[in-house]
Design a protein around this ligand. Structure first.
Ligand code: ADP
Ligand code: MG
Length: 595
């Protein structure tokens, strides 16, 4: 087993051979059951991606299955077209409705999305039952079987191979997707829109493409379903079915795409078993089945949040060998870099910045510059307005009055994402790392705006050249902060001080012109602060321009070229560290505050 786990390709080949051998050795019943499992696993895969990894719960996935099934059924029965045209039509219709519903609901936060998918799921299923052309509640029958090159796939043993080839393809696609540029963005969705904007990504667009991908997987399943069963009616596409799909994803394990397959198998086999056993016990078998699934759902959520896959993971942990060095990454060409501005040119110019919160003036007419190659500290006691100033210049919050000019662009009024793409990289006072992603992936996320691979290119593995470039860049930045050896560990396992450094590496991966740090020393122990200071000094020597917003005066004193001191929203003084330290107004500001 140990050797198998160390060689995933061999393990996969054995699995593939087993799957291929099933129709030879097993009964029709088993083959049909596996066909159902395969089809359901496509829907569950979409849900693992959307819900498990992307964090958006959908109770409407069966509706997409239904749209595709009905679309192809209608086209092939009433219009007499080929099922392959039916596939095209089904995916187009599913995609279009996913885009429409996604655009309507994905901007709504958290629970609203889930609630609207319930409404959506209910109404679509109702629609199927009320359209004459779709056969109302009796549905559509005599749907043609699929055929490939004249060979009919009407026999369950024949369509079995098509279904499982598509399942293999879909899971390969999903796996590739997760390990790519769009995949890193998808895995960071739970970190919030601000995190994504800070690397130049648009959370809404990432979520919309993810929603579309999940819907298209459901659509593929619907098409297979219609032409395998050759009869459809509204009930397999209602909200109850959606919840069953969700249960598959949860029971298998939301965090891992293989969970979709495991969960689909578990739920389908159980459902089959229950349908055999329950009628012997009661006349209300249907209701009891629903209750059994509800109980299973709650039990999984209670006792095995990670689903069955978490047990598999616990078993494999430590048995999989260390990540092998990948020569293709080391051999990749470096990513294109910006031409840096000449040392000493002004790159950031804040003039007359004002921010009011109602009656409170948090930032009051503050002006200062940052020149290429220097480290500037923006300091002040608690409540001075530093964080507000930070938000203004990173365009996280709109200004009441004043201007911020970055590299010749007036950025006041720009979105955070746009200013990030111009070359302003930031870190967070409360670190925003993805704890379950590797150090390497966390840093690679930073290079998002420097690359372009989308879902399709990534899923089909056509992004490799660019991907290796990104990974090489990420590895380079990790080496730079001294964490190169730990590239494959999970970011969540690092102590806070190291996490701060990792955020700096992520920011550096964006090839920024200016790096803005928000209270990098907050919460760090003395040793960690020293290590951080050393790193920043090293970066300065490399020519990185840094603006540090910091409360801890001692930390910045030995680090910066120049200090801007704020108090009560206004700029108090500006000067080199020695002058600032000697300034009486600064001393009294710090003494007078609750430090
Ligand atoms: P610092 O980071 O220097 O400690 P802040 O910029 O966080 O200071 O806060 C400056 C002032 O603005 C404080 O009085 C704070 O209470 C107020 N403030 C900050 N953010 C908001 C907000 N979103 N709404 C209202 N008041 C705010
Ligand atoms: Mg603050």
């Amino acid at each position: 087993m140990k050797t198998l786990l160390a060689r995933p390709a061999l393990l996969l080949a054995i699995l593939a051979a087993l799957v291929a051998a099933v129709p030879v050795f097993f009964s029709n019943f088993a083959v049909s059951l596996l066909n159902d499992v395969g089809i359901a696993s496509l829907v569950a895969l979409g849900l693992v991606l959307l819900t498990g990894i992307g964090g958006a719960t959908s109770f409407g996935q069966a509706a997409f299955v239904g749209i595709a099934a009905y679309a192809s059924a209608w086209l092939t029965t009433t219009q007499g077209m080929s099922p392959w045209l039916g596939l095209l039509f089904a995916l187009t219709l599913t995609g279009a409705s996913a885009l429409a519903i996604g655009m309507l609901t994905l901007r709504l936060g958290g629970h609203f999305l889930s609630l609207s998918t319930i409404a959506w799921g209910l109404s679509i299923a109702m629609l199927f039952g009320n359209i004459d052309a779709l056969g109302r509640h009796t549905g559509l029958s005599n749907i043609p079987a699929l055929s490939i090159a004249g060979g009919s796939l009407a026999d369950p043993r024949a369509i079995y191979y098509l279904i499982w080839s598509l399942v293999a393809l879909a899971f390969w696609f999903g796996y590739n997707l997760l390990n790519s540029r769009p995949g890193r963005a998808i895995r960071s969705l739970r970190g919030g829109a601000i995190l994504l904007a800070s690397v130049g990504a648009d959370a809404y667009r990432v979520r919309l493409t993810l929603f579309l991908t999940a819907a298209l997987l459901a659509g593929l399943a619907g098409w297979l379903y219609a032409h395998m069963n050759r009869f459809i009616s509204p009930s397999p596409f209602d909200v109850r079915a959606s919840i069953e799909y969700l249960l598959m994803a949860v029971a298998g394990g939301l965090g891992h795409i293989a969970g979709a397959l495991v969960g689909a198998a578990l739920v389908m086999v159980m459902k089959n078993g229950l349908q055999d056993v329950l009628p012997l016990l009661t006349q209300r078998a249907g209701q009891l089945e629903a209750v059994t699934f509800a109980v299973l759902f709650i039990l999984t959520l209670h006792f095995a949040r990670g689903g069955l896959m978490s047990f598999v993971r616990r078993f494999t942990q430590g048995r999989i060998g260390p990540a092998r060095p990948r020569p293709e990454i080391a051999a990749a060409e470096p990513l294109a870099q910006r031409s840096p501005p000449d040392r000493g040119t002004t790159i950031l110019q804040v003039s007359g910045a004002v921010k009011r919160f109602g009656g409170l003036v948090a930032v009051n007419d503050v002006s200062f510059d940052v020149k290429a190659g220097e480290i500037v500290g923006l300091i002040g006691p608690n409540g001075a307005g530093k964080s507000t100033m930070f938000n203004l210049l990173t365009c996280t919050a709109p200004m009441t009055a004043g201007r911020v000019n970055f590299l010749g662009h007036d950025v006041s009024g720009m979105s955070q994402r746009e200013v990030a793409r111009l070359g302003l990289a930031r870190t967070f006072q409360h670190v925003k790392l993805r704890p379950h992603m590797s150090l390497l992936d966390n840093v690679a996320l930073g290079a998002y705006a420097r690359t372009s691979a989308g879902v399709l290119r990534a899923g089909l593995r056509l992004d490799r050249r660019e991907e290796y470039q990104v990974l090489r860049e990420a590895q380079r930045q990790l080496d730079r902060i001294g964490l190169g050896q730990r590239a494959h560990e999970e970011a969540g396992s690092l102590p806070l001080g190291t996490q701060r450094m990792l955020e700096i590496a992520r920011a550096l991966a964006a090839d920024p012109v200016l790096l803005v740090l928000d209270e990098p020393a907050a919460g760090l122990r003395r040793k960690e602060k020293m290590a951080l200071g050393d790193l920043l000094r090293k970066l300065r020597d490399d020519g990185v321009t840094i603006l540090i917003v910091e409360h801890d005066m001692e930390f910045v004193m030995t680090l910066v070229d120049r200090l801007v001191v704020m108090n009560f929203g206004s700029k108090l003084v500006e000067g080199d560290p020695a002058a600032v330290r000697a300034d009486e107004s600064v001393q009294s500001a710090y003494l007078g505050s609750v430090v």
